[in-house]
Design a protein around this ligand. Structure first.
Ligand code: FAD
Ligand code: NAI
Length: 466
């Protein structure tokens, strides 16, 4: 069978690219090595982790704050098995939705591992047979896998990654997490909320290394309150496991003294690597860069100009919405259009509670780039809305250019920061100033009033409520 476009990988990059190609009239096929569509994000990433984050947060609130709200529960129990079952239902519904979308858009689905064999041909190796598929153009959207160094002895039973952690059905007594990045803190929250003693070992001196220093500090404080213990500036040297649990050896970054800790599980969350195993890249003249990524030009074309690559397998943030934008970009570029992606305005969100979100530059980046800036900061606790809901933790920070007042970065930690960041993204897309942001009417009482106040601060005006 010959197609105008074949997409390899059905994650948010791949399935969105396939839909857009089909919408634009291209005869499209998609290849997926697993039985379900949706990739990391839908099966073992964004969706299942958010399902467990929501369930565990409900339990946490019932346990810790309901009584203050005047809601008394006599006997309360966290049922992790049910949480995981509900999560599986959410995942199934979401993946089935992608299957439906493929059918609706007339996209042929091939299940099996795709490998290039010639410039315009690939083989799809399924459980029972290998199918040959020909294409004019191809999009590589093969995503990423967790990094699991040999010294950590990843065994999928006691030494695990996020993939296995999402399916633990009995509440562990203790869990060691390596890495205080997004996965470590999101999944650390899930387990800490339902009663697991969580210990996080992180190489850097802060959690969420690439994010704003104030939001990072606030989040660490909030996570300590739910019982998470941090060893910052420490590196794990070895992990050993047996049937019952794990032994984790670690040390202070500049010391030789080895420390030890034991737990039921050790979760490795130290980043992900682009996944290109057995893809036959040598058959089409593509070589990887020094970090295992597929190099692309500004049109997301690989060294073979008729083959494009998008999402986690190329440079840039490993985020579902970044992969989606790239999927749409490639389809429209192939169609002769002139699409554009503003990489600076791809927001980042961490779904802990309080939530963390950010768009644009951090103060650190602006200093490094020599760009003069002003800052406005507003604490959530000063809002009536926060007091009403008891969500008083966090702050919003608006950074604008010192001379032009253009908004350069917005950083948030607080209730519903995940959704609130869109105000900043939209305004920054239109190159608004902090004064524009401050003059927009924000409904009262909402958490968004903190955005207005922080913007007021950045303009040099006086805050209204502190
Ligand atoms: P993927 O989603 O990884 O999909 C790639 C697909 O390609 C896979 O299904 C794979 O099986 C298939 N494949 C690979 N090689 C072949 C081959 N040779 N033949 C056939 N098929 C192949 N991002 C967010 O934006 N928000 C979140 O809240 C979020 N939460 C996350 C939580 C966790 C626990 C994890 C692990 C990740 C999370 N991410 C989140 C990141 C997000 O999942 C990824 O950025 C996103 O899935 C990347 O999309 P992609 O299409 O590039 O690749
Ligand atoms: P990460 O890159 O966010 O964090 C990894 C952390 O591990 C870093 O802080 C690093 O300093 C630390 N580390 C590395 N080696 C170490 C060692 N030997 N000992 C101790 N610490 C060590 O990676 P993570 O959390 O695995 O997530 C992978 C990707 O998935 C991220 O790039 C993220 O974009 C994506 N993701 C996004 C989510 C979201 O958008 N909400 C949720 C979960 C994942």
């Amino acid at each position: 069978m010959k197609y105008d476009v074949v997409v390899i990988g059905s994650g948010p990059g791949g399935y969105v690219a396939a839909i857009r190609c089909a919408q634009l009239g291209m005869k499209t096929a998609i290849v997926e090595r697993y039985n379900t569509l949706g990739g990391t994000c839908l099966n073992v990433g964004c969706i299942p982790s958010k399902a467990l984050l929501d369930s565990s947060e409900h339990y946490h609130n019932a346990n810790k704050t309901f009584a203050d709200h005047g809601v008394r529960i006599e006997s309360l129990k966290a049922d992790l098995n049910q949480m995981v079952e509900r999560k599986n239902g959410v995942v199934k519904q979401t993946c089935d939705g992608v299957q439906y979308l493929m059918k609706k858009n007339g996209i042929e689905v091939y299940h099996g591992h795709g490998s290039f064999v010639e410039a315009n041909k690939l083989h799809v190796k399924g459980d029972e047979k290998t199918t040959e598929v020909e294409f004019e153009k191809a999009i590589i959207a093969t995503g990423s896998k967790p990094i699991t160094p040999a010294a950590f002895n990843y065994d999928k039973k006691r030494v695990i990654t996020s993939t296995e952690a999402l399916n633990i059905t009995e509440i562990p007594k203790r869990m060691v997490i390596i890495g205080a990045g997004v996965i470590g803190l999101e999944l650390g929250s899930v387990f800490a909320r339902i009663g697991t003693e969580v210990e996080v070992i992180e190489f850097q001196d802060k959690v969420l290394g690439t994010m704003d220093k104030d939001t990072s500090k606030e989040l660490r404080r909030s996570m300590k309150k739910i019982g998470v213990k941090f060893h910052l500036g420490h590196a794990v040297t070895e992990v050993k496991s047996n049937d019952k649990g794990v032994d984790v050896s670690f040390k202070k970054r500049d010391s030789e003294d080895i420390l030890n800790t034991k737990a039921d599980y050790c979760l490795i969350a130290i980043g992900r690597r682009p996944y290109t195993d057995n893809l036959g890249l040598d058959k089409v003249g593509i070589t990887l860069d020094d970090r295992g990524r597929i190099p692309v030009n500004e049109h997301l074309q690989t060294a073979a100009a008729h083959i494009y690559a998008i999402g986690d397998v190329i440079q840039g943030a490993m985020l579902a919405h970044k992969a989606e934008e790239e999927g749409i970009f490639v389809a429209e570029y192939m169609n002769g259009e002139k699409p554009h992606i503003n990489y600076n305005l791809i927001p980042g969100v961490v779904y802990t509670w309080p939530e963390v979100s950010a768009v644009g530059k951090t103060e650190k980046q602006l200093k490094e780039e020599g760009i003069p800036y002003k800052v406005g900061k507003f604490p959530m606790k000063a809002l009536g809305r926060s007091r009403a809901s008891m969500d008083t933790e966090g702050l919003i920070k608006v950074i604008s250019h010192k001379e032009t007042d253009e908004i350069l970065g917005v950083h948030m930690i607080g209730a519903r920061a995940a959704d609130m960041i869109m105000e900043a993204v939209a305004l920054m897309e239109f190159r608004a100033s902090a004064e524009d942001m401050a003059r927009i009417s924000h409904p009262h009482p909402t958490y968004t009033e903190a955005i207005k106040e922080a913007a007021l601060g950045a303009t040099g005006n006086r805050y209204l409520h502190i």
